[in-house]
Each structure stands twice: as structure tokens, then as C-alpha cells.
Design a protein around this ligand. Sequence first.
Ligand SMILES: *[C@@H]1O[C@H](CO)[C@@H](O)[C@H](O)[C@H]1NC(C)=O
Ligand SMILES: *[C@@H]1O[C@H](CO)[C@@H](O)[C@H](O)[C@H]1NC(C)=O
Ligand SMILES: *[C@@H]1O[C@H](CO)[C@@H](O)[C@H](O)[C@H]1NC(C)=O
Ligand SMILES: *[C@@H]1O[C@H](CO)[C@@H](O)[C@H](O)[C@H]1NC(C)=O
Ligand SMILES: *[C@@H]1O[C@H](CO)[C@@H](O)[C@H](O)[C@H]1NC(C)=O
Ligand SMILES: *[C@@H]1O[C@H](CO)[C@@H](O)[C@H](O)[C@H]1NC(C)=O
Ligand SMILES: *[C@@H]1O[C@H](CO)[C@@H](O)[C@H](O)[C@H]1NC(C)=O
Length: 920
Amino acid sequence: MQNMQKGFCIFTLVLVSFLNIVCGLTDPGDAKVLNDFRNGIENPEVLKWPKGNDPCGPPQWQYVICSKGKVTQIQTKNLGLKGTLPGNFNKLDKLENVGLQNNFLHGTLPSFSGLSNLQFAYLGNNSFETMPSDFFNGLSSVRVLSLDNNPFNKSSGWSLPSAVGELSQLMNFSCSSCNIVGHIPDYFGELKSLSTLKLGYNRLSGEIPSAFNNSMLQVLWLNNQDGGGLSGSIDVIGSMVGLTSLWLHGNQFSGPLPDNIGTLTSLNDLNLNGNKFVGTIPPGLANMNLKMLNLNNNMFMGSIPYFKAASASFDYNSFCQPRPGDKCAPQVNALLDFLHDIGYPPILASEWTGNDPCKGRWRGISCSPDGKVTVINLQKLNLNGTLSPSLVYLDSLLEVYLGGNNLHGKIPANLSELKNLKLLDLTGNSFEPPIPNFSSSTKLIVNGNSKITGVGASSDSNGSSGGGGGDGDGDGSSTSSSGSFLGSPRSYPEDAKNHSGSKARLILLLTGSALAVVIGLFLVFLIVKRKKSNKKDAADVKFSSRDVYTHPTSGNRLGEGSSSLDNGNLACSAQVLREVTNNFAEENELGRGGFGAVYKGELVNGTQIAVKRMEAGVISSKALDEFEAEITVLSEVRHRHLVSLLGFAVEGNERLLVYEYMPEGALSRYLFKWKSLHLEPLSWRKRLIIALDVARGMEYLHSMAHQSFIHRDLKSANILLSDDFRAKVADFGLVKLAPDAERSLCTRLAGTFGYLAPEYAATGKITTKVDVFSYGVVLIELLTGLIALDDQRSEESRYLAEWFWKMKLDKQKLLAALDPVLAVKEDSYDSIFTIAELAAHCTTKDPNNRPEMGYAVNVLSLQVEKWYPGEEPVQDQSYKPPDLRDMLKLWQETDTKNFSLINEDSRGSIATKFTSTDAR
Ligand SMILES: *[C@@H]1O[C@H](CO)[C@@H](O)[C@H](O)[C@H]1NC(C)=O
Ligand SMILES: *[C@@H]1O[C@H](CO)[C@@H](O)[C@H](O)[C@H]1NC(C)=O
Ligand SMILES: *[C@@H]1O[C@H](CO)[C@@H](O)[C@H](O)[C@H]1NC(C)=O
Ligand SMILES: *[C@@H]1O[C@H](CO)[C@@H](O)[C@H](O)[C@H]1NC(C)=O
Ligand SMILES: *[C@@H]1O[C@H](CO)[C@@H](O)[C@H](O)[C@H]1NC(C)=O
Ligand SMILES: *[C@@H]1O[C@H](CO)[C@@H](O)[C@H](O)[C@H]1NC(C)=O
Ligand SMILES: *[C@@H]1O[C@H](CO)[C@@H](O)[C@H](O)[C@H]1NC(C)=O
């Protein structure tokens, strides 16, 4: 029976082939299109198509499939085809499936209009430059359209035509990195068969349309939109129960997460990194069985729940506690309820972080010396919403100023229970009657609430409270002149005021531009990005001596291009490093620079590591030099205040370096970006100790037992902070062995402008004094909170060191230039002036007049001892970094199939479950 069938099939085949031969074979129109196709290709030889007009053969041309003399498929993916497609492509009217992806096709994409039999079209990873506006017309059978990574209409972008909404069979639509502009069309929510929509890395704006509420989409990727990005609330997601993968990272979505998000039981993968989400975590989200959950870089508040997700990350939010399960303090909960009822305005959600409103200097909150909230002053902030009765839990409240907002609803009666409340100023809102009965010791001001006082009313509005009315201008800017407990009506609590002055504006400007930086940089950990121009210039500078790396002990030469890495004791397996970083998962990325990216990894004992991975594309000989220099130097250099190299791996094109993980990232984040990253700015005490740590690290580097090294790229972005804000110097890619004390060494210019010593910038000569200069610049940054070089600053203050010198240590000018967040009190002046003097000394023009690092250590340790006794860092000379190879062995020995890693003791730790295969 089976044989008979087979025989019949063969017979049919033979018959069909025979008929083809007999009947004149390929449709002449199709043959012409294929010949035109070939003629447009610059390297047609890879197609191996014979000359002639008979693509359907026999023999049928390679990569072509025909049926009855008509071309039904062209499959030329991954062939490296260069060239253009013919304009008559849509004459292939029986075409069902076309796979042209991963080639170098460019030029105008021909219209596919009218290809009514086409079911699959894969055109991704080419270089098509224009998308014809009728491309999608009449593709009535199309099921998969995959167009990713093409520079369509690059300059102006293009918006999705309405014809796409008529593709009733469409299942997968994928056009990431396609230059799409405009809003997401409603029709994507209405196409019944659509299950996958990938539109990441475009220039989309606006909201997710509410029409998505009925959609059965499974995969929705809208991540990383350029130019502002998508915005608005994502409430509609709550009803998209088919979702399995939702990527919204790198946008401006806002508002709280929908409460019903927990009902999306099919969801595996939820990435919300880098948006402006607010509010507490909905309990349903914590209980979802997700594989991956990323909540980093938002403004989530409240306590962190225990997430059921296999991998959950939630760094850089406004949570009250760093660890899952820890509850917020009662005062914080009361203020969170207050925020909830006014919709978590970003201006507060970004700043009200941590678990102590008094210690964190929350905007608008003042406290008594014993840490109780006494004043809430949030006037004229456009707050929308109602007044929370939970304020009754803040039983030390004395004064509440909420004038000039858009608050509505009733004034909660509970607030009359606040025994100490002296003033409740609600001027200029939209509150409604009834007015609760406050005791006579509370003064209530409700002027300018038209529902209570009537339009334009300005008389005493509070009959029963006995406090008397306000002065009636109703604009919220004034309160009363009659209350005995009040000082000047305009003397707002000082914490509530913004810093003023051009400095503060400058910082805002800086943080503003920092915000614009790519999302990856939110997590900047090891920025090693040196100005490219810097390096280019360097090539032109002519110097006599060549760079030579000398192995500090053995005297080995690792000349340029050499790859003889003999530090076997640090070598480890790339495979294991892949595993501990979850195959370099996006959610583990800590930062990116010119070299590639740095990933966080977690070992089986909970130890966290940072893995620097060179991008395959940048493995130039220069990059390899830096890679080797880091290994060479760092395997010799071991110090508490220098980031330790724990290991490295070389495998094929893979170049990996493993370091200690520094949870708080770079000092620059805390100095220049704390606001946008929602960090608590560093106190003067912390800054002093950081300065001392760095000085000690540098001193060691300069005066090691047998050799002396020059870092060459010391800057705040290369100073990393541990969880207790102790500092370590990082990035030794440019380190040079110092010449004899007397001679200086000429090198290619490297480093970062703004930190470069003048003699080095001018002549390329380096001595250890080059680092001393950079260190001085870092000190000035610590003092002023300004970055070394900022093109946006006025000519005069563009170069921080130069500007600092012009002040000539004038004490008044100096005080005016201090970082305003320091709020320096008189008793710190002494240490401020001492450090300013040291900074000036270190940045002296003549290198011979700069001190040695040891001098800086002495000055700083005296200061720390004097002002913060007991803080003097422990100096344990026998510092030993953790042994990576032991840890990795442990990793390999453990069953890696499915186990949990719970790191109990480090800040921002996560309960992470790694699965080696894609279980579930
Ligand atoms: C494009 O190339 C990337 C990287 O090689 C690959 O991951 C992706 O699947 C390709 N996309 C398409 C549409 O073929
Ligand atoms: C893309 O650009 C071309 C040429 O400028 C234009 O004709 C075409 O309509 C654009 N495509 C879309 C979809 O707007
Ligand atoms: C459609 O998209 C889904 C999800 O990305 C994918 O698994 C599937 O392979 C795609 N189908 C086709 C035919 O490309
Ligand atoms: C979806 O949204 C539309 C328009 O906003 C509304 O009319 C419809 O009732 C909603 N449907 C569901 C299922 O929520
Ligand atoms: C209050 O609502 C208005 C109008 O919708 C909006 O412009 C304003 O930004 C909101 N205020 C806050 C603090 O969110
Ligand atoms: C405020 O009073 C109302 C009515 O008496 C009560 O239901 C509510 O629980 C109270 N809220 C607080 C925070 O005490
Ligand atoms: C305030 O107190 C008066 C007299 O004690 C009472 O008549 C009135 O109902 C109370 N108002 C409210 C809103 O509780």
C-alpha cells in the first residue's frame, strides 16, 4: 500500500516535470523578474544561478521554489547578497514566501502591493532605504511580516499606513529599528489574528491605544523608542490576558501599574526598566510566575515585596527599604497614602526615597529634632487629587501648607484628631463642604475654594474653628497674619525650598542632559568611554618613544599585538562567566562604554561580580592592548582601594574581565546625576572619606614595592563606590609603568579632557604627577558638585580646574561655589578650606610643585580624624580580594539546573533563581 503510494507520487513528479519541459517551463514574466533580481545584485555569483530564462527548471534554480511554472518562494537569507531589488518584484503574483533577511540589500524597497498569495515575508537585517507608501496594499494572505533593522526613510521616518490594518491574516508583525514615527495605530489592537507585535527601537510616541484592551497579542515589544518615547499610563495592559512577553523598557510610561496586572497569567517576561512608573508594587505582580521581571529605573515606592519571578530586578527606584520584605516606617506609610491620593506626582515620587522623611530631606517635609514630621509644605505644585485621611497618623504635625494646588473632595474629618495641628492651609484648591470640626487650636484656611466659600469669596471661611480666616487673596501664596504661632507667612520651612542661584540651575541642566543619555547609562557602573576624538588626535601626535608594557616583576614584554597572557592563575572559563551572568542578559547589564558592556553576575555563594565583555567589533589591537594592560597591572596590584581583578577569560573572540562588584557604581553618578537617578547626595563626611580612600589607592599605585604605575585616567567616573560608600579606583586600561623618578615618559595622549594635566596635554610627558593633577580635579568636583569639563557652562567656568584657580581661594567665592546640596555649616568650613587648598596644590600648573599622593593622604587622614573621629579607615595592608577560581569551582560543582541564589547581606540584593535551561 505504502509502496503504491510512493510509486504514485514519483509518477506524479515525473509527470509534472515532463509537463514543465514540454509546456515551456517558467512563466516568462516571473523569469524576467528573477533575471532583473539577479542583475541588481552586485555579487550574483553567490546565487549560482545559470544563465537563461528558466528559474523553475529543470533544474530549478537554487534558492527558488516554483509551482506550475510560477515562482512561489525565494529564499536567499544569509548569503551576503549586495545590491537592490527590482521595481517589478510584485509581478511575482504567485509568491507565497520570501526570505531575504540578513543580506546587504539596499536602495528602495520595491512595493509588495497586490501580492495576494504572499504569506511570509522576511526582509530584516538589510539596508533598505525607503519604504514605499503602498507597500502593504492588498497583502490579503500575509501572516508574517518581518522587516526589522532597515534604515527606512531615515531622515523623516515613516508612519505605519492604514493598509496594515487590513491585513486580516497577519500574525507576526515585526519592524524593530525601522524608523517608524508617530503613534501606535489602533488597528493593531483590532487585528484578530495578530499575536506578535515587535516595534522596539523606533521613534514612536503617544500612548498604547485603548483599542489594545481587546487584543489577544502574546508578544508586545515597544521598548527603547527614540526621541521622547511612548508615554501615558499602561492601564490597558491589565486586560491583555494573552500576553506572554511585554517589553516597555526605555520609554516614558508613567502612572502606577494596573492593579489587575496579576491577572495576566500567561506572562513570562515583563520589562519596565527605565520608565517613569510610580506607586507601590501591586500585590498581584509579586505573585506572578514570571521568568524575568525588570523594574529598574522607575519611581516605584513603598516596600519591596518578595517576588515569585525567577529573576527579578528592581534597582534605582524610590523604595523605602533596600531589601525585599522589609516594611516601611509608619511615617513613610502615612506619606505614601498621601501620595497615592494625589497620584504620586513625579516631583515627589523621585525624591521621597528611603525610610526616613527627616533624614532624606524630602521635599516639602520638615521634622522635629527627634525625627517626627512636623511640617508639610507643598504649595503651588499643581497637585491633583484628594487629601488623604492617613495624615492623621503623623501625630506630630504642626503645620500643613497645601495652597495653590488642584485638590478636591472633602477635607477628611479624621484630620481634626491631630492634636498638635496648628495650621491647615488649603487656600486656592477645590475642596467641598462640609468642613470638619477642628479644635480651636487649629487654624484652617480655605480661601479660594469656590465650593466652600463661593466664587470669589474672601471672608473668614471657618466659622467654627475659631482660628480666623486668611487674608483673602486666595492665590495660595499667603496664609494669615493673625495666627500667634506663625512666623512670617512667607517663611516657608527651609527644606521645602529649592536651591536657587545659577549653580543650582546649572546642576539641573546637567541632570537634565544626563537624563537624555541612553537608558543603559542609567546604570553606569564603569564608564570607560574615552573621547574618541581624543584617541584620534593622539595618533597624530608625534613622540619619540613607543608605548611599552613591562611586566612589573618578570620584565616580560607584552608588546603591541602580543597576546601571550601567562597569568594562568586568574584565567577562567568563559562558559562559566556566561552562566553566572545569565548569558549576558540585558537585565544584568550595568553599563556600557566604548569597549563593550559590563554585566552583573552572581555566584552561588551570593557574591556579586562585574564582568566586562569586549564587544566583538571593538577587538582592535588597541583594545587588546588595554585588555592585556589591565590583566598585567591588576594581577600585580592588590589594594583595598583599587578595584580588584578577580579573573579573565579568553575564548575565540570573547575577551572577559571579572572584577569585584561595586553596588553603588561610579562616584560621578552621586556627584552629577543623583537627582535624575534618585540617589541621596553625598554628605561632606562621605566625600572626605572617599577622597581619602582614593588618595590611599593612588598612593599605593604610585609607590608599590617594586614598581610605580601611572593610572592616566583618574576621574570620578572611574572611582567606584561600595555599599558603605567606600571608594576604589577602577579602570586600569591606560595604566603605564612609571619611568625612573627623574625621567619622564612620552606616550600617546590618552585620558579624559578636563582631568588632563596641562603639561601632559601639551607634551605627552607623563609622570605620577599627571595623576596628582587628575586627583585634584576630582577634589574640586567633590567640593563643587560640578563635572570637570562641561561644554554647557560659560566660557569662564567650562574647565573646572581653571575656573577654580581663578577664584584664587577667595573664601567667600569658594563658599558660594560649594555644592549646594552640601548645605555646609560653619563648623565644616575648616575642612572645606583645607581640602580646597589641597585641590589647588594638586592642580598647580608646574608638575614639580604638585605634592605626592602621600601628602594628600596625610592631609585627608588628619581631617577625617579631626572631624569624624573613629571613621579613619582600617588600614589592613594584607588586603586579599576574594578568590574567583574557588568561587567558580563551587559554581560548577553545584547542580546548576535549577537552584536559588539568595544573597542576604548586600544592599540591593535580590532573590534570584537561575535556570540553566529554559525550563517552564
Ligand atoms: C538580525 O540579526 C540579528 C543578529 O545577528 C539576529 O539576532 C536577528 O534574529 C536577525 N533578525 C532577522 C529579522 O533576521
Ligand atoms: C518614504 O520615503 C519615500 C521617499 O521620500 C516616500 O515616497 C514614501 O512615501 C515614504 N514612505 C512612507 C511609508 O511614508
Ligand atoms: C511569530 O512570532 C513568535 C514570537 O516571537 C515566534 O515564536 C514565531 O516563530 C514567529 N512565527 C514566524 C512564522 O516567524
Ligand atoms: C475597550 O476600550 C473601548 C474604548 O476605549 C471600550 O469601548 C471597550 O468597552 C473596552 N473593552 C473592554 C473589553 O474593556
Ligand atoms: C495635574 O493635572 C494637570 C492637568 O491634567 C497636569 O497638567 C499636571 O501636571 C498635574 N499635576 C501633577 C503634579 O501631576
Ligand atoms: C478616617 O475616618 C473614616 C470615617 O470615620 C474611617 O473610615 C477611616 O478609616 C479613617 N481613616 C484613617 C486613616 O484613620
Ligand atoms: C460640628 O460640631 C457641631 C456642634 O458641635 C455639630 O452640630 C456639627 O454637626 C459638627 N459638624 C461636623 C461636620 O461634624
